[in-house]
Design a protein around this ligand. Structure first.
Ligand code: GLV
Ligand code: MN
Ligand code: MN
Length: 416
């Protein structure tokens, strides 16, 4: 590598400026971001991102699911591009860094290479994947899942949000149904920078997480059918209360995940009572379940034990509980060569690091099923994420982006 490329550092102030400039699109009063996928706020940040990519000289294309690809040419265009990026959508009460750091960090890498006049052998492609979060449309990471062939494009286009709007309609409403078929942009590998979203790096005082694995995910949709009746006149033993049933399921999930832990987690994050009223015993509840583990056998045990517990609770309470497994993502084991490339970049740059498992799902986990992939983590404050309080420091975000850039230079090769 040339001396200029070896010593290259990203522009920390410019990266920080981009993160905070785009945080205005969907900014919340508490300092977070609400930018649900394919919303008008998502359109605003997509427009900003497309313009920034074009200004950086990238050839920008959008695929049929709205994912944006910005290509920087390499000296040898017969080589597949090195993919870098993440997502710009957020949770309903999300933060300024989840996904955003990895996408704008990727843009910053391109800007830095441009300023330094560094040409790489292989091309580099910056990507903003549609709907990583999965809070408006399930499953999470749906566009990268379609990219790797887990779902057809038509299947994903027909997925509906809670209002009944399909992905296809939502794409059309913001003008982001692209003209390129999903998978048009071939990638040779993918590297994603992200905040850790957990407490380990901060607690250990480490700057870089070299992500070697990711938890598998089980997502379920559930429906409890009990019986609505009068809150004053229905004796306790005669009730078929959907909310009391759900409460037992929540506690059963908690104890099953604890029993199978430390390598297992379970969450009921959504529950909607049909026709709620203070003086009506809840008769019907729709809810979701999210269970995770980095160990496939523990995922199977979570599924088995949960189903058994739910069947027992439903029978005893004389209610019907339906559980649909809507998504199963096996654990991820990232590519050993790319993991080493991330580790070497951190070491060469003088940052402290440790290997780490990702608790969250990421587009890189999907891409890893068809190409080598890896991830770079940086600490976030108190391990908090999926929360408006999510925070990360400028030096850590800068360090992570430098590691991303030097990993890319090592993989893509610098043209001499
Ligand atoms: C994505 O943010 C997930 O891990 O659910
Ligand atoms: Mn994310
Ligand atoms: Mn997220």
């Amino acid at each position: 590598m040339s001396r200029a490329a070896t010593n290259l550092q990203i522009d920390s102030a410019r990266l920080w400026g981009s993160i905070h400039e785009t945080a205005q699109f969907g900014a919340t009063a508490k300092g977070g971001v609400r930018r649900l996928t394919l919303s008008s706020e998502d359109k605003q940040v997509r427009d900003w991102f497309r313009q920034a990519c074009e200004d950086a000289g990238l050839e920008v294309h959008t695929d049929a699911l709205g994912s944006q690809f910005g290509l920087r040419k390499g000296r040898d265009m017969s080589k597949p591009p090195v993919g870098i990026g993440s997502h710009l959508d957020t949770q309903p009460t999300g933060g300024k860094y989840d996904g955003i750091l990895g996408t704008l960090g990727a843009l910053e890498v391109i800007r830095t290479l441009n300023d330094a006049g560094v040409e790489t052998e292989a091309p580099i492609c910056v990507v903003n994947w549609t709907n990583e979060e999965g809070s408006r449309f399930a499953p999470a990471m749906m566009a990268s899942a379609a990219y790797v062939g887990d779902f057809t494009t038509d299947d994903i286009l027909s997925r509906k949000d809670a209002e009944g709007t399909t992905v296809g309609q939502a794409l059309d409403s913001i003008g982001y149904r692209g003209d390129k078929p999903v998978g048009f942009q071939k990638l040779g590998c993918f590297v994603e920078l992200h905040i850790e979203q957990g407490p380990i790096l901060e607690a250990e005082g480490k700057t870089i997480g070299v992500v070697d694995s990711g938890q598998g995910v089980l997502w379920y949709d559930g429906k409890i059918s009990g019986f609505e009746s009068h809150a004053g006149s229905t004796p306790m033993p005669l009730r078929r209360d959907a909310l009391a049933t759900l409460s037992e399921i929540v506690l059963a999930m908690e104890s099953i995940a604890k029993k199978l832990g430390p390598n297992a987690v379970g969450t009921i994050g959504e529950a909607v009572i049909a026709n709620p009223s203070r003086n009506v015993i809840p008769g019907e509840i729709a809810f979701t379940m999210d269970c995770r583990s980095a160990d496939g056998a523990i995922m199977d045990a979570l599924d088995r034990d949960l189903r058994a517990a739910i069947a027992e609770i439903a029978a005893r309470r004389k209610v019907e509980v339906k559980i649909d497994l809507v998504w199963r993502k096996p654990p991820t084991h990232f590519d050993p060569k790319l993991i080493s490339a991330v580790e070497n970049a951190a070491k060469t740059l003088g940052y402290s690091s440790r290997r780490i498992t990702s608790g969250a799902g990421h587009d890189a986990c999907n891409l890893n099923t068809i190409m080598p992939a890896a991830m770079v983590f940086v600490p976030c404050k108190d391990g908090i994420s999926h929360n408006e309080l999510e925070d990360a420091t400028q030096p850590d975000c800068t360090a992570g982006t430098n590691v991303l850039m030097h990993t890319v230079l090592a993989i893509a090769g610098v043209a001499s």
